[in-house]
Design a protein around this ligand. Structure first.
Ligand SMILES: Cc1cc2nc3c(=O)[nH]c(=O)nc-3n(C[C@H](O)[C@H](O)[C@H](O)COP(=O)(O)O)c2cc1C
Ligand code: SF4
Ligand code: SF4
Ligand code: FES
Length: 599
């Protein structure tokens, strides 16, 4: 007979689902049934636990033992050993890059130990489809407190005192936004949750919606009470079907439990929430474009003012907040503004959720106190470079952000410090680059994205970004000149100053920040026609070292365009006029004879 009751949390976030969560869950359940443990072991599917590169993941409570990279066979073994006999299965515990097994409890792992979870406090811990699990972790307590003990003004005052700033990018004070909307004239007011999340590689908001949808609903009702609104909209992109499904379930449950609808919790106050599905245009995340899209119009930004606080959905005063901003509201109401201010920095209180991506060992989702240094974030939590090469820069703020070089990694992560470096906090995307990344090419990549996503309404953004992209393409193909660098800077600053909306106003950031910190790389491209990172194909040649080549013919056989010639056991050569720089030959040569050079 088993001695203890256990709960097995299995991550059902997007990354773990694609790495085989369903088959691990099936094997787990089958084995649990086989040994008659169904009565004492509960299997709960949760949202993303954050360590997405380690999936499929399970955590077994009460001890919080963290198992990673599981297969159905591993799941069977864990049931037989851990759940049946109480013996930890060492081979599936987390291992350091050195191979050392670290303490088995999840909260002791370096990836989790430095995190402070506020917005994602329930993500990865509860079944998001079960409202009772949310309630069991203080869910809807804040709403109850607000409706029974606080006036709308007191709610706004508490949020103002907390210093909470919008997590959608701009960092506008949330309490002030609510106050302005409350004071704005109008009988009808609205609450909108911005869940458009269009930055490439970002998935903070998706994880909250998939892993803890009720927290967003609760916060929206609280915001509605605070400003006098009775209707809310969640604008979520169609590419997030799981988030939409879990939101729909959550809304139905909240209605059933009396947290949505008329007379919420027996009060006079009523509030309803509808989901609006966006088609996935990046610009629709901009608040005025999003509002137009909710109204059924084309999702294009308009001039501000008037701001949504004065004239939002259907011309009515509207609070629009980001998913993560809303997710911070219930804990602030329960624990108080002073508690929230005790975390983070005086000007950026609280935490921020980041999606770590690129050349970093621990990719995934992390929530950290503001003020943590970039170095701590990348090395102590992120585990450093995943390639063995030195980390060269980190791009924050997605396509509107900037690149921060490693010399500045002691900088604290807060709104002002990042802005001073020419980057921005943005919504939380963090892409790590190593010495193999060419900063000119990185700038080109991000600009390509904004050119595609520009709505075309205003000329500086529509035409200017296109011109900048053409110049960057010229430079990366070895046809650039010194004049182009000046042109890029001049154009970039004009676009920033004259574009209508935030997309155009920030689109030049990746170019301007790389010009600021990596001018030498641009100069190498235009002066010497050289790509120091050996990335820009037009500036790179593939060569075979005759002293290393043994003439095995492997490279010639793998080359898709027959650019390599040579006889068996004779030194081979590459015709660079034919070579398409695919890199297949480098991968296949066991003698390290092939390398890339830039003149
Ligand atoms: C091009 C563009 C895209 C944006 N995308 C998003 C987004 O996906 N999610 C978001 O919350 N805010 C986005 N924003 C910011 C919103 O306009 C707005 O500032 C935000 O939703 C306000 O919420 P907050 O105060 O809680 O941050 C975007 C802004 C621009 C200019
Ligand atoms: S700045 Fe760009 S995205 Fe914004 S309105 Fe102008 S063209 Fe459209
Ligand atoms: S794979 Fe390497 S060793 Fe073999 S022929 Fe090509 S360059 Fe020479
Ligand atoms: S999806 Fe499982 S840890 Fe992120």
């Amino acid at each position: 007979m088993p001695l203890t009751t256990s709960t097995v949390l299995i991550c059902a976030g997007g990354a773990c689902i694609s790495s085989g969560e369903a088959s691990v869950k099936e094997a787990l359940k089958k084995e649990i049934r086989k040994y008659g443990l169904d009565e004492v072991v509960r299997v709960v599917e949760t949202g993303c636990m954050g360590a997405c590169s380690l999936g499929p993941i399970i955590v077994i409570y009460p001890d919080g033992v963290f198992y990673q990279k599981l297969t159905p066979r591993a799941a069977e073994k864990i049931v037989q050993e851990h759940l049946l006999k109480g013996r930890i299965v060492q081979e599936y515990l987390y291992k350091m890059p050195t191979g050392e097994v670290v303490p088995e409890a999840m909260d002791k792992l370096p990836f989790f130990a430095k995190q402070v979870k506020i917005a994602t406090r329930n993500v990865g811990y509860i079944d998001p489809s079960n409202i009772e699990e949310y309630i069991a972790r203080d869910g809807y307590f804040a709403l109850n407190k607000v409706l029974t003990q606080m006036s709308p003004e007191q709610v706004i005052e508490e949020i103002k005192r907390s210093g909470l700033r919008g997590r959608g990018g701009a960092g506008f004070p949330t309490g002030l936004k609510w106050e302005l909307t409350r004071k704005a004239k109008g009988d009808r007011k609205y609450i909108v949750c911005n869940a458009d999340e269009g930055d490439p590689g970002a998935f903070m908001d998706r994880s909250i919606l998939e892993g803890d949808p009720h927290t967003v609903l609760e916060a929206m009702v609280i915001a509605g009470y605070a400003i006098g609104a009775h209707q809310g909209y969640i604008y979520v992109r169609a590419e997030y079907p799981l988030a939409i499904e879990r939101l729909q379930i959550a809304i139905a449950q909240a209605k059933e439990f009396g947290f949505l609808g008329e007379n919420i919790l027996g009060s006079e106050f009523g509030f309803d929430i509808e989901i609006r599905i966006g088609a996935g245009a990046f610009v629709c995340g901009e608040e005025t474009a999003l509002i137009a899209s909710i109204e059924g119009k084309r999702g294009q930004p308009r001039v501000k003012p008037p701001y949504p606080a004065q004239s939002g959905v259907w011309g009515c005063p509207t609070v629009i907040n980001n998913v993560e901003t809303f997710a911070c509201v219930p804990p602030i109401i329960i624990k108080g503004a002073d508690w929230f201010r005790s975390i983070g920095t005086p000007t950026s209180p609280g935490t921020k959720v980041f999606a770590l991506a690129g050349k970093i060992t621990n990719t995934g989702l992390v929530e950290v106190p503001m003020g943590i240094t970039i170095k701590e974030l990348l090395y102590e939590i992120g585990g450093g470079s995943s390639t063995g090469k030195k980390i060269k820069a980190v791009q924050t703020g997605g396509p509107s952000g900037g690149c921060i070089p490693s010399e500045y990694f002691d900088t604290p992560v807060d709104y002002e410090s990042l802005q001073k470096l020419g980057a921005i906090m943005g919504s939380g995307g963090m892409i790590v680059m190593d010495e193999d990344d060419c900063m000119v090419d990185v700038a080109r990549f991000f600009l390509e994205f904004t050119v595609d996503e520009s709505c075309g309404k205003c000329t500086p953004c529509r035409e200017g970004t296109r011109q900048m992209l053409k110049i960057l393409e010229k430079i990366t193909s070895g046809e650039g000149s010194e004049k182009d660098l000046i042109e890029l800077e001049t154009l970039g600053n004009i676009i920033k100053d004259t574009s209508l909306c935030g997309l155009g106003q920030t689109a030049p950031n990746p170019v301007l920040s790389t010009l600021r910190y990596y001018r030498h790389e641009y100069e190498a491209h235009v002066r010497e026609k050289r790509c120091p990172a050996l990335r820009c194909k037009a500036l790179v040649r593939y060569v075979i070292d005759p002293s290393k080549c043994v003439g095995c013919t492997a490279c010639a056989r793998v080359c898709p365009v027959n650019a390599i010639s040579g006889e068996l056991r004779k030194v081979h050569t590459i015709d660079n006029d034919v070579c398409v720089r695919c890199g297949s030959c480098i991968e296949v040569c066991r003698f390290g004879a092939i390398s890339k050079v830039s003149p």
